[in-house]
Design a protein around this ligand. Structure first.
Ligand SMILES: [Zn+2]
Length: 101
């Protein structure tokens, strides 16, 4: 990785190791090295950006659409189903009859 370059740009360019789960012309998605939950995926633009406000609206929407599709796939995967089965039971604060996901 070159000096001054961020790790996400290095991953996108194939100069740093990552488990890529999705990629197109504008964005890439890969597994987080320190996952907070099973299946924790990061979606980044291929062009360097510090924050969401640095993206033009079209790219921001494209990145969000990719994240939405990945979240849907993860939610329906065995990985998420397995992790929910092993999650400790916590008392529900939802009113009776209200579904929680
Ligand atoms: Zn970068």
């Amino acid at each position: 990785m070159a000096i001054g370059e961020c790790i996400f740009c290095a991953i996108v360019k194939g100069q740093a190791e990552a488990s890529i789960v999705y990629e197109d012309d504008a964005v890439a998605a890969f597994m987080d090295l320190q996952p907070v939950t099973p299946g924790h995926v990061l979606v980044v633009p291929k062009a360097h950006a510090v924050g969401l406000e640095d993206l033009d609206e079209t790219l921001g929407c494209h990145m969000w659409a990719a994240a939405h599709r990945l979240a849907r796939a993860l939610r329906r995967s065995d990985l998420r189903l397995t992790s929910q089965r092993h999650r400790p039971q916590q008392p529900s604060s939802a009113p009776p009859g209200e579904a929680r996901s």
